[in-house]
Ligand binder design. Structure first.
Ligand code: CAO
Length: 573
């Protein structure tokens, strides 16, 4: 017996973490990298992996313990690695303490990787028995009749070389235009060589794989069939009891969230990574169109159960119905610490407007690949003109700020570069081009951000735009905007010029594809080829949806705005 200490590894900068879950027990056999503890710092929950494969011979840690890097939490007998299962059986005392669930788990036929090992052991036992009945023989398994289909692509290989499989266990899954079919093993035995790979096209009679078949294990072996049935039952029971266990554990941890799929302690595997799920679960996932790498498992050793797939589908359906972002569903939520440990706090419900803004901002941020283009427009002459209109404005009772000029310039740019006046319909793979120019203006109000819309900006004069902007901003602040006055924008402007700042990165107001941020104009020395001239420069920040607009067009857009605002006579052209 060669015992090695299990030491707490580098904790990514955290000095101390708290154990929130112990995932293994003394006597368990683990693979290297199998999760053994879940610990939590004030920033994240992480799973600590087993540093070696072997049998856990000592575990001196419990929920609530505080750990630091280098702490010893137990020992592993590395001699028991791989052959651990056998040793389990040989060991009488301690190992007999292993839960029935775990025994059932090992017997469960409905899973992959870890479970293949379980099957290998079980079938190995059967093999010895059968070995006495006779020897073994090599067989090349061929593709059976595929319900009349030919050249059907392999979408999944359900076994690995070295696995032991039972008769009728699925070997490979193929998919025709009409259906998904599993090709079952005609024999019980060991997989020697897999002769196909995912994507290969198969027809009846093609070689699939080579197997060593135990003599006497062909169909009709009642013993084995009986064992299989028993294992299946054990598996079912296992799924249930595992789920109950997990539910209990969640309660213990005070996890009242309905959204167990969003549990931040589970690290979702990367797309294409191996996941632990049995053929029946994989079949269900295929039928329901669920990507198993996005489903949070609740079974032992992170095995995905049917309930997990169903919960994932339900969650996504609900999100789609609520208009939420299904694409962002795999992103773990943000776990809050108990702030009261740092000082006094009070809680207040978010207003409906704040909730709606938060949802829309997150939806846009998660779905839209944002890029922001920065530029400066020389508005020295524009400002001289604007200031000259002060008296006229007073007479009309309207204040002419830079905003109407910017609105007019944006309308002209949207007409000249119509790729900014679109929305993307990703479902139908269509670009929706708009033949109108309605522009939203972000208004800062005491109750939150509102974006009223000025219609047909291209057809209106500066005074009218100034009047409408002022009117809509007043209505927004008085909560008097009608829903129709906040709909239909093609593009938005968010001006922080009256407040300050030099640049910012606005978030696109989807389904629009661009938004112009305006910061405070400032006098800057600008080189005219001979000398520096004092010029009033207006900072522009154009954020755009990079799916709809490319960088060169964005630079053209801000360039054009610079020309239009630099010489406002061009706005008349
Ligand atoms: N540079 C320098 N001065 C500017 C300027 C700029 N870019 N833009 C406006 N100003 C000046 C105006 O001329 C005005 O000065 P005077 O009173 O001396 O004439 C002053 O700043 C205040 O202007 P304003 O804010 O009242 O008017 P506006 O037309 O520029 O803007 C509105 C109207 C509704 C856009 C604005 O009031 C507002 O709410 N801005 C905030 C928008 C916001 O919150 N955006 C963030 C959204 S994302 O989180």
């Amino acid at each position: 017996m060669s015992e090695q200490d299990i030491k707490v590894p580098d904790l990514g900068g955290a000095d101390e973490v708290e154990v929130i879950e112990v995932l293994v027990s003394k006597g368990d056999t683990v693979e290297e990298e199998d999760p053994i503890l879940t610990v939590e710092s004030d920033k994240a929950s992480v799973e600590l992996p087993a540093p070696f494969a072997g049998k856990i011979t000592k575990l001196s840690v419990k929920v609530g313990d505080k750990l630091s890097e280098g702490d010893v939490v137990g020992t592993i007998d590395t001699d028991a690695a791989g052959g651990g299962d056998d040793e389990d059986e040989g060991d009488s005392g301690e190992d007999a303490d292993q839960s029935k669930d775990e025994a059932a788990e090992k017997a469960q036929p409905d899973s992959d990787e870890d479970d293949h090992k379980g099957r290998a052991k079980d079938s190995g036992k059967g093999g010895q028995k059968q070995g006495k009945k006779g020897g073994s023989r090599k067989e090349t398994v061929k593709v059976p009749a595929l319900d009349g289909f030919e050249n059907v692509p392999v979408i999944e290989i359900n076994v690995s070389e070295g696995d032991t499989v039972g008769e009728e266990e699925p070997l490979v899954t193929v998919e025709s235009d009409k259906a998904t079919m599993e090709i079952p093993s005609p024999y019980a035995g060991k997989i020697d060589k897999i002769l196909v790979k995912e994507g290969d096209k198969l027809s009846e009679g093609d070689d699939l794989l080579e197997m060593t078949v135990e003599e006497g294990s062909d169909s009709g072996d009642e013993d084995e069939a009986g064992t299989d049935r028993a294992e299946e039952k054990a598996g079912d029971k296992d799924e249930k009891s595992d789920k109950e266990d997990k539910g209990g554990k969640d309660k213990e941890r005070g996890d009242t969230s309905e959204d167990s799929q969003g549990d931040s302690t589970y690290q979702m595997p990367s797309p294409g990574a191996k996941v632990h799920a049995g053929p029946a679960v994989r079949k269900l996932a295929r039928e329901l169109g669920a990507d198993l790498t996005k489903v949070k498992p609740s079974g032992p050793k992170d095995r995905i159960l049917k309930d997990d797939v169903e919960a994932y589908i339900r969650q996504n359906l609900k999100k789609a119905q609520d208009g939420g972002s299904v694409e962002g569903a795999g992103i773990p939520g943000i776990k809050l610490p108990d702030f009261s440990q740092f000082g006094e706090v009070e809680r207040e419900s978010m207003s409906r407007m704040m909730t709606a803004t938060a949802t829309n901002m997150q939806k846009s941020w998660l779905n839209v690949p944002h890029v922001t283009q920065f530029d400066d427009a020389d508005i020295t002459e524009m400002e001289a003109f604007r200031k000259g209109q002060k008296q006229a404005g007073e007479k009309k009772g309207v204040k002419l700020t830079p905003l109407p000029f910017i609105l007019k310039a944006c309308a002209a740019a949207l007409l000249e570069l119509p790729q900014f006046n679109v929305s993307l319909d990703m479902e139908r793979k269509e670009v929706v081009r708009k033949k109108y120019v309605h522009i939203g203006i972000a208004v800062d109000t005491p109750h939150g951000l509102m974006v009223p819309v000025i219609r047909d900006v291209d057809q209106k004069g500066l005074w009218q735009l100034a009047e409408e902007a002022q009117e809509l901003a007043d209505k927004a602040r008085d909560k008097k905007l009608k829903p129709a006055e906040m709909q239909g924008a093609c593009f938005s402007i968010t001006s922080l010029g009256g407040i300050g700042g030099t640049a910012f990165t606005p978030i696109v107001n989807t389904p629009e594809v661009a938004i112009l941020g305006v910061s405070r104009a400032a006098m800057k020395p600008v080189w005219d080829g001979e000398a520096f001239q004092p010029r009033l420069m207006l900072p522009l920040s154009l954020s755009y949806d990079h799916r709809a607009v490319n960088g060169a067009d964005a630079a053209r857009f801000t360039n054009l705005l610079g020309q239009l605002l630099g010489d406002i006579r061009r706005l008349l052209l």
